[in-house]
Design a protein around this ligand. Structure first.
Ligand code: FAD
Length: 422
């Protein structure tokens, strides 16, 4: 990839996009090709919508290494004993029968000149439009003493599947009166309330099974999502069990030792039985390999989620630097529909609707005690901009909290059906 081409694509995005669409037809290449990398909340939704709505006019290939996608959403409820692992797993069969060419492989490179995606197995796949939704990877060296080789001793459980199961097994094996520690991540990261819902669910489990156990949270932030709601819930349900140490008290000055199973917070060393290290995050590595990242994330245009570096590449979900939306499954799904509509329009001339986005993040604090925060958004020239928001209030009735939890159950069923077509 030459510097000249990057500058051309970066500065003439709209022109480049329309020229590319025209070229697909003019060259008589048959169906335009969309390749989607990553079959999660963003990628599965985008692949499904483009295949479904284009009614076979566009050839859609989805590249995803796993055969079963385990959602991170509701994985904390699995830790708390409210869900089984099987409840979180979803396969790609319905996407395949719905017209998506599902390739179980790993994308290892993008050649933006040749417009191909290289696969770990050796082949490559050509595209006219490429959609990247690879989720997150971790920033090297973000937590002193921890790297991926330590993830079995000190799991992150911030990607779905085996890591979540490992953390649950460690929680269940804790000695009586032991210590569960969490190293919380700095902003921005996937699912802002996720670590605090996890603390709630771990506390729920321990209260029933190991009531003298303690929870220690080292946090590099001064404050966190839905803080007053969580802290109210912790004091109502788990009084005296949770010790949250924010940045004002050295929560950001952390060293872990996975061999000794110790956590040092601002120089004070504690022996821990479980240590859930959630390091700082960055866009999934393939975005970096494609050359569409700036720093840790991939900047995109709000109107269609196209990369600011390349008009034929789109970045969805956690990997994107888009503006005001939190990195959530709901956001990724919402962005994917905007992107799918725009990509279809660019390739087939179908009508493109103005971009509108929404998000809600529910969290469960204890049985039937659900809270939520959410907003609607629109595309402005600079970014995805928040229009209106809402959040649960402290002191709400038990009845309302139960309704909020039930709402989240409905959302889970709806989003997974929307992603996988099941
Ligand atoms: P993902 O869903 O992670 O999908 C990425 C996919 O890309 C993966 O399947 C991966 O295998 C694949 N991939 C990566 N690299 C490659 C490559 N090189 N080649 C091919 N495939 C690749 N969100 C909510 O909305 N509500 C919640 O309640 C909620 N709770 C959460 C709780 C926890 C504990 C966590 C960790 C997250 C939670 N989230 C929640 C956030 C949500 O899971 C993510 O924001 C969402 O999954 C992001 O979607 P995505 O498409 O960007 O990435």
């Amino acid at each position: 990839m030459t510097l000249n081409r990057r500058i051309f694509l970066g500065t003439g995005a709209a022109t480049a996009a329309s020229l590319a669409a025209a070229a697909v037809f003019a060259a008589g290449h048959g169906k335009p090709r969309v390749v989607v990398v990553g079959g999660g909340a963003g990628g599965a939704t985008a692949a499904r919508y483009i295949a479904k709505d284009s009614k076979g006019e566009i050839a859609v290939t989805l590249i995803e290494p796993t055969r079963q996608y385990y959602t991170c959403f509701f994985s904390n409820l699995y830790l708390g004993g409210f869900k089984e692992m099987d409840d979180l797993g979803h396969s790609y069969g319905s996407l395949a029968t719905g017209g998506v060419n599902v390739v179980h492989d790993y994308a290892v490179g993008v050649d933006r000149d040749a417009k191909t995606v290289a696969l770990a197995s050796g082949g490559s796949v050509p595209y006219n439009k490429l959609i990247l939704s690879p989720g997150i990877d971790f920033v090297d060296g973000a937590v002193e003493g921890w790297d991926l080789s330590a993830q079995n001793a000190m799991p992150h459980a911030y990607k779905g599947g085996s890591q979540t199961e490992l953390l649950k097994a460690q929680l269940m094996a804790m000695p009586e009166g032991g210590t569960f520690a969490m190293v919380a991540p700095p902003n921005p990261y996937r699912c802002p309330p996720g670590p605090y819902e996890r603390i709630s669910m771990v506390a729920h489990y321990l209260k029933a099974n190991n009531p003298t156990a303690k929870i220690l949270v080292a946090d590099p932030k001064e404050k966190f999502s839905k803080q007053s709601l969580f802290q109210e819930g912790w004091s109502n349900h788990y009084s005296g069990m949770i010790d949250w140490i924010g940045s004002d008290f050295g929560g950001g000055n952390v060293v872990v030792d996975p061999d000794a199973m110790t956590l040092s917070i601002d120089g004070e060393v504690t022996n821990v039985d479980v240590c859930n290290v959630i390091p700082a995050m960055k866009a999934g590595h393939i975005a970096e390999l494609a050359g569409v990242t700036e720093g840790n994330w991939a900047p995109v245009n709000a109107a269609d989620m196209s990369s600011k570096a390349d008009a034929d590449i789109y970045v969805l979900g956690d990997a994107a630097q888009q503006g005001d939306m939190p990195k959530s499954g709901y956001s990724a799904n919402s962005q994917a529909k905007v992107c799918a509509n725009a990509v279809r329009g660019a390739l087939t001339g179908s009508k493109v609707f103005p971009a509108k986005f929404s998000n809600t993040c529910w969290s469960l604090i204890d049985t039937d005690d659900g809270v939520k925060v959410g907003a609607t958004y629109e595309a402005t020239p600079e970014k995805i901009t928040k229009v209106d928001g809402f959040i649960s209030a402290t002191g709400e009735s038990a009845e309302l909290r139960k309704t909020t939890y039930e709402e989240s159950e409905g959302w889970y069923a709806g989003i997974t059906a929307d992603m996988f077509g099941t």
